[in-house]
Design a protein around this ligand. Structure first.
Ligand SMILES: [Zn+2]
Ligand SMILES: [Zn+2]
Length: 306
């Protein structure tokens, strides 16, 4: 992939490839360029599909889209993996093998791989549901839901705390069950492609497969500003979990997306900082109200003897 980029650079301007070539020794730069190329390839496919199906292409001219592109580059371009995910998982992997039960060895191939997919997807459903029910986690997950202009790259718009927590919560049990790490690759690629499609402006329901596989319409309902609707349809790839656990919402795509009454900045840095600010504000309010209750009960206690 990198050689192709160097050749393309040389084709644009002879000698340009030679200037860029030494930088190719850096793994992060290679990851960055291949991640960017993958994002642009998905963009090209989705853009054509949306144009053919009558999607609103003006979304790609908004600042909302540029922010989500930054999220895409941050996660797909190796920055998150190199600086955060790999060091954390390496530290965890050093601890976890001591409790590795290797339960998966009792399943024949390819049944173990099917089990891996089902467990990963079901866990993804429950983790997502947890982000909606826990008030602290919801502050971080709001970053994903505050987007009013859904595009293929909104799938990457996850706060770094949410992303890391989801990765760790999934990694530990799967490592304990004994799944090899290389099983992750196809899951991540397919999930990423599916999620890009789910955030595209395509009125696709997947026909009879609607109750089985998450379609763009299914996930669009999850981005409704109406709480009853965004607290539903948590599925990642399979929608069966929502049918099984009673969180299904059907119907048409919402007219608008986002969260009513939530003041979320449009910038990348703003979306990263806001959850911490909100939690700090709520923490202070809670301490203040506890202090008020304690003060008033103390006052009553002092008044009682009179
Ligand atoms: Zn959600
Ligand atoms: Zn989404």
């Amino acid at each position: 992939m990198f050689e192709q980029i160097l050749n393309a650079a040389d084709a644009i301007h002879p000698g340009l490839g030679q200037i860029v070539a030494p930088l190719g020794n850096y793994a992060l730069l290679r990851q960055f360029l291949s991640g960017l190329a993958a994002l642009l390839a998905v963009f090209a496919v989705v853009f054509v599909l949306e144009r053919v199906c009558g999607g609103n292409l003006k979304r790609y001219l908004t600042r909302n889209f540029r922010t989500d592109m930054l999220y895409g580059v941050f996660y797909r371009g190796g920055i998150y993996n190199t600086l955060i995910y790999v060091p954390v998982v390496a530290a965890l992997a050093a601890i976890v093998p001591a409790w590795d039960f290797q339960l998966i060895q009792y399943l024949p191939q390819p049944l173990d791989y099917v089990a891996f997919w089902l467990i990963t997807d079901a866990a993804g459903y429950w983790i997502h549901r947890w982000y909606h029910s826990n008030p602290i986690l919801w502050e971080f997950h709001k970053v994903h839901h505050a987007q009013t202009e859904l595009t293929f790259v909104t799938s990457f718009r996850n706060h770094v705390v949410e992303q890391l927590a989801s990765n760790v919560v999934l990694f530990v049990p799967l490592k304990l069950l004994g799944f090899p790490l290389w099983y992750w690759g196809p899951v991540i690629v397919l999930q990423s492609l599916f999620e890009s499609l789910q955030h595209s402006d395509l009125n696709w329901r997947f026909g009879r497969l609607y109750p089985v596989i998450v379609s763009p319409v299914f996930h669009a309902i999850h981005h409704s500003p109406d709480r009853a609707r965004h607290d539903s349809n948590y599925g990642k790839i399979l929608s069966v979990w929502d049918y099984l656990f009673g969180t299904i919402s059907v119907g048409e795509r919402p007219q608008r997306y986002g969260l009513a009454g939530v003041d979320m900045p449009v910038s990348f840095s703003g979306t990263m900082v806001t959850p911490f600010k909100e939690l700090w504000k709520k923490g202070r309010q809670s301490i203040h109200s506890i202090a008020l209750v304690t003060d008033s009960s103390g006052l009553q206690a002092r008044e009682e003897p009179e």
